[in-house]
Ligand binder design. Structure first.
Ligand code: SF4
Ligand code: SF4
Length: 394
């Protein structure tokens, strides 16, 4: 029964993912992802982290529910709850449920230490879509206690009871950790049936910290572990450039397509560029979204924030669908020559990429996915410009 529930939940989630993707393709003027801080407090104190304190109270639930509603009104497709440690918030289930009730996908970033069977079941009932845990090392050290050995029991419970998708992010370059740890953590995540990603530790402004040869080799091997098609790593250039310390040429759309809402309810470009634009979410307007999305960010070339890169990839896909899909598939096949395109991607390609079908068939596909009709706001040269701007090649 549990297996059936999990499969059914997965199918429904894939359908909602397809709907999110279709909405992202439809208009460049709504946020795709908003990260919302529910408490600044954390139960750990990782030495490299600038996003937590020991004392802040949880943001009142009524404020958070209002913020979810406002983000939904702006058309936000994915709302990610973060902190500090978001599981310290006593009303986290109600916040997740409101995100789902408003039609967005619900994501939770956690260090995992507060997970147990009961908590996982409550998150299932609330409708959580994705949970991400970052693990820094195999054994705790002075830099980080986010360690595989301390989290094994929680991971086993997630594998047994979670109906949401679990992603383990192994972080390379966190203090003095052994770069081999990240590869071992990624293998363990796959063995448990989770997806895995790799992150590169950044400085306090989101910028790259130089990696040594062993670290780069570890990242390379994790990237070869058959990552998912729509991982930004599949586009190749972003992640390869990041680990080699080379600049990326891309247009960061933070403040427009990606929002960071702090505990005070202010919108910032991202977690590492707080203070700009610093406008209250209630007052954040479509003009603000458009201005910030278009504004060039001087921090972009050496930025390591993969979630914002991924949003840019969707916009690149929107502007240059044929070229982007070909690049993604080419990269994927370089790692796995026998790779077959998943049915969902074939369906989306059929609906959105063939110009002869774009008018009639895409309308039918969008209706089936529950996405409102309407003409694309991007066209011709502007679409191609965005595609070029978001191209990761240096
Ligand atoms: S667990 Fe996360 S929020 Fe808490 S200190 Fe570590 S990195 Fe920061
Ligand atoms: S490039 Fe964008 S995501 Fe990266 S640090 Fe700057 S504002 Fe943040």
């Amino acid at each position: 029964m549990a297996r059936f529930t999990r499969r059914a939940t997965r199918v429904l989630r894939i359908l909602r993912e397809a709907r999110m993707f279709a909405r992202a393709m439809q208009s460049p003027r709504h946020p795709i992802v908003a990260q919302m801080v529910v408490t600044r407090r954390c139960n750990l104190a990782c030495a490299y982290c600038n996003e937590f304190d020991r004392v802040s109270p949880p943001v009142p639930a009524a404020d958070l529910l209002r913020r979810v509603d406002r983000l939904a009104d702006l058309g936000t497709a994915i709302i990610t709850l973060s902190g500090g440690e978001p599981l310290l918030h006593p009303d986290i289930d109600a916040i997740v449920a409101r995100i789902r009730a408003r039609g967005a996908m619900a994501v939770l970033l956690t260090n995992g230490f507060l997970l147990n069977k009961d908590r996982i079941r409550r998150l299932n009932r609330a409708g959580l879509d994705y949970l991400q845990i970052s693990i820094d090392n195999l054994e705790p050290d002075a830099t980080s206690k986010k360690s595989l050995s301390l989290l094994e029991r929680r991971l086993a419970e997630l594998a047994a009871f979670a109906t949401f998708q679990v992603t383990i992010n192994s972080v390379v370059g966190a203090g003095a950790n052994d770069p081999e740890d990240a590869h071992t953590i990624a293998l363990r995540a796959r063995a448990l049936g989770f997806t895995s990603t790799v992150g590169v530790v950044h400085d306090g402004a989101g910028q790259l910290r130089p990696l040594g040869d062993r670290h780069r080799d570890a990242v390379d091997r994790i990237l070869r572990l058959a990552p998912s098609l729509f991982s930004f790593a599949q586009l190749g250039h972003f992640q390869e450039n990041v680990i080699r310390g080379l600049p990326n040429r891309w247009h960061c759309r933070a403040g427009g397509r990606f929002l960071y809402v702090c505990e005070d309810g202010l919108v910032h470009d991202c977690s590492q560029q707080r203070g700009r634009p610093g406008i209250p979410l209630e007052a954040y307007s479509p003009d603000d979204l458009a201005r910030e999305a278009d504004r060039p960010k001087p921090c972009a070339p050496f930025c390591t924030l993969s979630c914002v890169h991924q949003v840019a990839m969707l916009d690149r896909f929107r502007g240059q669908p044929h070229e982007t899909l070909a690049a993604m598939l080419g990269n994927r096949r370089a790692h796995d020559p026998g790779f077959r395109i998943p049915a969902a991607v074939r369906m989306l390609s059929w609906a959105f990429l063939d110009p002869r079908r774009q008018q009639r068939a895409a309308r039918v596909a969008r209706a089936a996915l529950g996405v409102a009709g309407g003409r694309s706001e991007l066209n011709g040269e502007r679409a191609r410009r965005i595609g070029r701007e978001t191209d990761g090649r240096p």
